[in-house]
Design a protein around this ligand. Structure first.
Ligand SMILES: Cc1cc2nc3c(=O)[nH]c(=O)nc-3n(C[C@H](O)[C@H](O)[C@H](O)COP(=O)(O)OP(=O)(O)OC[C@H]3O[C@@H](n4cnc5c(N)ncnc54)[C@H](O)[C@@H]3O)c2cc1C
Length: 598
């Protein structure tokens, strides 16, 4: 059975040494979480993930969820006790608003816990993950009364949340959605329609399920400008907060799917269900975007998380499995063969996963810190620039981390040879579980379009200009440093590719939009590589400084950082050139073939 160890040390290195989290101590919640406290919290979270969630990952996969004839759904047997332990530990409220019972600690800490939980048990972690997304949307857009009714119990974890967007005929193009809302005359609405693929739509972990639902109010305009957001609980809530009658929303069926078997994916039938408007009428997509953006970062983290756990198990296997002899002479003379980790091709796979994991983690934490600044700073300029960063980086993190994360689960599976294909080893579960992250929360092709079509040009290109400015300034400050040249020179070339691609879109996409559509996926990955490359350059700088200062017991760790940074710069970052070549080849070969010629 696979095992998992939460990478607390690497997180601490990034937070303390690379991102210098202590400089944010002026933000609300940060002073309550000094470094030793962060380390202690992460240590406790690691225990929960390693000892409670990881051991039930495989049985959750084998057992799956079951829908019963009364419409109820049961999760794998071990899930409820684990969920109760999570709630009792107060984990759900870690980063949420103290006004509603949360602990108000930095979101950054929540992002780390999310990574650990997703590595340990992705299917299970989606129940609290969706709840926290729904909490964020209600917190931002709901009326004080709705907040008072739902937030305390959701933050406590006694009630969970869902996100109901998708319908049978529309997923990406939500402008076509048909679910309708009719005013009841008492301030509430009656919702009727069918939603599909609703994660955690029905289950047995919580006392109530709070559905956030997109619907069209009768008479509202067609398209995305006529969509509103509603809150519709499974059980109506009485004045005193106790649970009242069952609402007219039920799970019609659950999907049998490739992975995340322990998470219920439900068809939800709304049959005049009582609901309340969240935010302004016809501005529902805007309100739902809070939840979607939160969820997109969470899904990006899932990509990293599956890559990390798959890597850990592949590494252990590569040290243990003996096959063949090293090309440079026998390494394990006492054994009939050497462990496969001696072979360069096995190393190539391991190094590329490791180089991704440690940079992706830094990218997530850098962006999570920006999220904290965007939500907590009292400096309007700092808030704006952090918000710009979030907008730009969200599709990159979602798209690139889930694509590379999935590829890495396959690479890690490959390390096991035929055993990787056998269920008992658990590697094929990581592959199956990781795959969905490329699809939901907006398929990755749509993330790329969001980046190129919406985020690049927004506010006169303010966000991308700031990104170029920050990475460019680092390069300028360090390109003359002999010790850092090996990292800064490749980063400079890759940044140049990204700038050329951006310029190419500005010159060639307006007149011919297919040029943007055909190049957007490569652009997202080109962007991702530059962002990951920047994360490696920052880490290399810290490692070099520490080594110069004597490293204080961390010489091996810092040398490993430098070697991994070099691997990334020499073997992964050069892909930016291929992406640029594909982008600037334009749309002609992509679109040239008539449909009937396929
Ligand atoms: C396990 C699971 C859990 C899910 N959980 C939830 C949930 O909790 N809540 C919820 O509301 N939904 C959920 N979904 C739905 C998910 O978000 C959608 O499946 C996804 O957004 C894609 O929508 P679709 O399936 O309708 O595909 P379509 O929109 O039909 O897209 C099909 C393909 O066409 C591409 N495409 C579509 N339009 C364009 C375009 N304009 N340009 C370029 N390419 C395009 C897409 O990238 C995709 O590859 C879940 C789905 C699954 C499988």
């Amino acid at each position: 059975m696979p095992s998992y160890k939460a990478p607390v040390d690497d997180v601490m290195f990034v937070l303390r040494d690379v991102l210098n989290i202590e400089r944010y101590n002026n933000l609300p919640g940060f002073a309550d979480a000094p470094l030793d406290m962060i380390e202690a919290i992460l240590g406790e979270s690691a225990k929960l993930c390693e000892e409670v969630l990881a051991p039930i990952n495989r049985e959750g996969d084998l057992e799956g969820c079951k829908r019963h004839t009364d419409g109820s759904v049961t999760t794998p047997k071990s899930f409820k006790a684990a969920y109760d332990q999570y709630v009792e530990g107060g984990w759900n409220g870690l980063t949420t608003d103290p006004e509603y019972g949360g602990q108000g600690l930095p979101y950054t800490l929540g992002a780390v816990v999310n990574e650990f939980m997703s590595s340990a048990n992705m299917a299970w972690s989606m129940y609290p993950g969706l709840t926290l997304g729904a909490v964020a949307a209600l917190q931002t857009h709901a009326s004080p009364e709705i907040k008072r009714t739902y937030l305390p119990r959701m933050i406590e974890g006694k009630w969970t949340g869902t996100m109901n967007l998708t319908e049978p005929h529309c997923g990406t193009d939500l402008g076509m959605l048909k679910t309708k809302a009719v005013p009841n005359g008492d301030g509430s609405y009656a919702i009727t329609g069918t939603k599909i693929f609703i994660s955690a739509g029905e289950h047995d972990l919580a006392d109530n399920i709070v559905h956030l639902v997109l619907a069209r109010i009768e008479g509202a305009p067609a398209g995305t400008k006529g969509i509103s957001l509603f809150v519709a609980p499974k059980y109506l809530v009485n004045e005193d907060g106790s649970l009242g009658e069952r609402n007219k929303v039920a799970c019609g069926s659950i999907e049998h799917k490739m992975g995340i078997h322990g998470n219920s994916t439900c068809v939800m039938n709304y049959d005049g269900a009582k609901a309340w408007l969240v935010g302004e009428a016809n501005r529902g997509l805007n309100a739902m975007f809070v939840m979607m953006n939160e969820a997109r970062l969470g899904v990006g983290i899932q990509g990293l998380a599956q890559s990390e756990v798959a890597y850990q198990n592949a590494l252990a296997y590569a040290k243990d499995r003996i096959q063949g002899r090293s090309l440079t002479g026998v390494k394990a003379a006492d054994k009939p063969a050497d462990p496969i980790i001696v072979h360069p091709d096995v190393r190539r796979n391991l190094m590329s996963i490791k180089a991704f994991n440690e940079a992706a983690r830094a990218l997530v934490l850098w962006t999570a810190l920006k999220s904290d600044v965007a939500h907590r700073s009292d400096d309007a300029k700092a808030r704006q620039s952090a918000d710009d960063h979030m907008g730009l980086m969200t599709p990159v993190i979602k798209g690139v981390l889930t694509d590379m994360g999935f590829d890495n689960t396959v690479k890690a599976q490959q390390m096991f040879g035929g055993h990787g294909y056998i269920a008992e080893w658990g590697m094929e579960q990581f592959v199956r579980d990781a795959r969905i992250a490329q699809i939901y929360e907006g398929a990755n092709g749509i993330q790329a379009l969001d980046l190129v079509g919406r985020k690049l040009g927004r506010d006169g290109g303010r966000a991308i200009t700031a990104f170029f400015g920050e990475v460019g300034a680092f390069i300028k400050d360090h390109e003359a440093d002999d010790g850092l040249k090996a990292y800064v020179t490749p980063l400079k070339a890759a940044l140049g590719h990204l700038q050329q691609a951006t310029m190419w879109f500005m010159q060639n996409a307006l007149a011919k939009p297919d040029n943007a559509g055909a190049g957007s996926y490569d652009y997202m990955h080109l962007f991702g590589l530059v962002a990951l490359g920047y994360m490696w350059a920052l880490q290399a700088k810290v490692a070099q400084d520490k080594l110069k200062a004597g490293a204080n017991g961390s010489t091996e760790h810092m040398n490993a950082k430098l070697m991994t940074a070099s691997f990334f710069m020499q073997r992964m970052l050069p892909e930016t050139g291929a992406h640029l070549a594909r982008i600037t080849s334009g749309a002609d070969t992509v679109m040239g073939l008539p449909v009937e010629a396929f």
